[in-house]
Structure formats: C-alpha cells, structure tokens
Design a binder for this molecule. Structure first.
Ligand code: LMR
Length: 400
C-alpha cells in the first residue's frame, strides 16, 4: 500500500551530516549543523552538566514519574527568569506562562499550534533568510508564512530599511518572528537602536512578536546581553512569545530541552493561556522528558553551578570568536579576493560567507568540507588545526 510513497529529500541542515558521515576521507570537515566542537573537533559535554548529572544520580529520592503536562515547575520558573531577568515585572505580576518543550523546535511548534487555535491573525512574518525549519514549523501549524527583508547581500549586513518597510505593510496583528540574538544563518543582528525602532513599529501596528532564542549567552558570552532584545519588548508591558533552547548554551542538544514563554497582559489571561497550552501538548506528546530539564534546573538554581556554567559558556563563545579571527587572517594571508571582514563582524555560531551553491559544491567535492548550500558555515565546528584547510578551500573556490 505504500508502493507509491515518494522519497523525500534530506533535511537541508541535518542532511549535511548524513552526507558527511558517508565520506571516508580522513580530511573531511563538518561545518554544517550548528553544534559546538572542541579544538580537537569533539563534541563537548560541559563539566557543569556532568556535575549536575552526578548530583541527580546520587539523589535516591528522585523518581521517574511523569512530569506534569507543562513540565518541571522549577525549570519553567528558572527559564523565564533567565530570559526575562530575575527582576522582570512581567514575572512578578504572574503575567508569564512558561511550559517546558522539546528544545527550540518543540517550543516554536507548541507556540505556533496555540496561535493557530486562539489568535485571530494567521499570518506570520519571518526574516529572509531564516533558519530553514521555521517555514515548515509554522506552515504545519496552519499559519500563512510571509517573509520580511532582513539581510543585505551587498553590505552583508542588516537591511533595516527593508525590514521596517515590510513590517509597516504587514496587516495589523500579524505575528513577527524575531531571532533574539545571533541570527541564524546570517550572524547579523540589529543594534540596540535598531531593535528599538523595530519594537516601536511592532507595537504601533499591534504586531505580535515571537522570539526564537536559541543562542542566549552564546553570541556575546553574556546571558544578560544576549537577552536585551527580548527584555526590551517585554519591558513595555505588551504581549510576547519566546521560544528558548538549551541545546547550544548548555550543550544539551540531544536532551531536547527548551521552554515556551507567553507574556500576557494579566495574570488571569496567562493562566487561561496555560490551560489551553495543556490541550495542545497532551495529544502531541503528553508531557515532556524529565532528565534534561532536571539538569538545567539543577544548574540554574545553584549559584556555584550557575557561575561555573557562565564561565564555560563564555569559553565556548570566545573560542568561536577566535576562530573568526583565525579564518579572517588565513584568508588575508592567502590574498583571497574579496572583502572578508564580515567573518569578524558577524556574531554567534555561524558565518554567512557569501559563497554560492556552486562554490559550496566545489568545496565539498574537492576539499571534503561539508556546509549548507546557502554558504553558511558553523564556526563552532572549526579549530585552529582545520582553519588552514578551510581557508585553502575558500581560496580555491573563489579563484577557480
Ligand atoms: C542549525 O541551524 O544548524 C541548528 O539549529 C541545528 C538544527 O536543528 O538545524
């Protein structure tokens, strides 16, 4: 009965890893998926995560009962504080409802599903370009996806004029997806002044901001700094959706830990919203898994562990910044044609190189370097040892 099922293409990001795994070359390099690697090219489990896990294992009172539909209460409270700030009036006024979800994707998905059931506007504006999964998540929830201008390929920076124009012509109430920091794939973020312009426009048109916060602490090394955009919007008292992921900043990729927070106008609305979120979650996956959320809660509620985490987080962010410098220097040393200063200007996990699909294909074929076809490279996958190889490949790609 399934004889007519058509083969689906691989995922544009995760499929890169599939192709990489099949390549027997000893010099192969995976710069596709945004996953942190050490200088030795190995995945990293943070020390603080190991310590939290040890504490959890040693605690014999811990059981494996189902979590409530909305997840671990401590985790939810601490996650809201982490993104909104511990002195947030929205939290103090009980205007925020937070539910534990399956990492960033799950949080976006639950939020999208809630919106499609309970919000009058069905159009969401996402930046062009954006993380490839965004379109699929929102489309599947029944929303109409439109794009707003974001990236300017000529300046390799933000097209603030285009962004403001496109959001100005959006219908009142439309949902707007914003990357809280370290925009994926471009690594280009608005300045604080530009965020303020965006906020004013969004509020004046009663648009609904939906933040995707996948890199808090990972962009600048400071958790507070990377939350500034979100806090600016929540600070004005208006509504806001926030999807948080602990994949990158705690290295909990496969644990699938994230949270969806919905900031409402009153405590009463927030509690009714939460009751409806439960109806979204229960038939989807019943309740979320306990382990990863317990790790996060253990770290966030203990001052010493929290401080240790911030140090390890900063070390990851700094290593990525060092890779940017090294790659930029390596291209300068080779006299590679073109202006590569965007490599050090862009922030977060990715560099949007400007290389085209043909050049990417060439680099994969000739140099066994794997990256997404839009020219995005994961700086977190690079090390001092592999920078020269990448620089050679980029040089060859633009000169042949
Ligand atoms: C990425 O963009 O590489 C990451 O966010 C991983 C993913 O799930 O796509």
């Amino acid at each position: 009965v399934f004889a007519n099922v058509v083969r689906a293409p691989e995922d544009p990001i995760l499929g890169v890893t599939v192709a990489y795994n099949k390549d027997p070359s000893p010099i192969k390099l995976n710069l596709g998926v945004g996953a942190y690697r050490t200088e030795e090219g190995k995945p990293l489990v943070l020390n603080v995560v190991r310590r939290a896990e040890q504490l959890l294992v040693n605690d014999r009172s811990r059981v494996k009962e189902y979590l409530p539909i909305v997840g671990l209460a401590d985790f939810n409270k601490l996650s809201a504080k982490l993104i909104l700030g511990s002195d947030s009036p929205a939290i103090q006024g009980n205007r925020v409802t937070t539910v534990q979800c399956l990492s960033g994707t799950g949080s976006l998905r639950v939020g999208a599903e809630f919106l499609s059931r309970h919000y009058y506007q069905r159009t969401i504006y996402i930046p062009n370009p954006t993380w490839g999964n965004h379109t699929k998540i929102f489309t599947l929830a029944g929303l109409t996806v439109k794009t707003y201008r974001y990236y300017d390929p000529v300046t390799r920076g933000l097209n603030i004029q285009g962004l403001l124009e496109d959001l100005s012509s959006a219908p009142s109430g439309a949902i707007v997806l914003l990357h809280a920091c370290a925009h994926n794939p471009t690594g280009v973020d608005p300045t604080l002044e530009q965020w303020e312009q965006i906020r004013q426009l969004i509020r004046s048109k009663s648009l609904l901001p939906f933040f995707d916060s996948a890199y808090q602490g990972f962009a600048s090394g400071s958790l507070d700094k990377d939350a500034q955009s979100v806090r600016m919007f929540v600070g004005d008292g208006g509504e806001c959706f926030i999807a948080q992921s602990y994949a990158k900043n705690m290295g909990l990729y496969g644990e699938r830990v994230g949270a969806l927070s919905i900031v409402c106008r009153s405590a009463d609305v927030a509690s009714r919203v939460e009751s409806q979120l439960k109806l979204v979650i229960r038939p989807m996956y019943s309740s979320p898994p306990i382990h990863g959320a317990s790790i996060v809660a253990t770290i966030l509620k203990d001052r010493k562990l929290y401080d240790e985490w911030t140090l390890e987080l900063k070390a990851m962010a700094d290593r990525i910044i060092t890779m940017r410098k090294q790659l930029f220097d390596a291209l300068s040393a080779r006299g590679t044609p073109g202006d590569w200063s965007h490599i050090i200007k862009q922030i977060g996990m990715f560099t949007f190189t400007g290389l085209n699909t043909k050049q990417v294909t060439f680099m994969t074929k000739e140099f066994h370097i794997y990256m997404t076809s839009d020219g995005r490279i994961s700086m977190a996958g690079l090390s001092s040892r592999t920078v020269p190889h990448l620089a050679d490949a980029i040089h060859a790609a633009v000169t042949t």
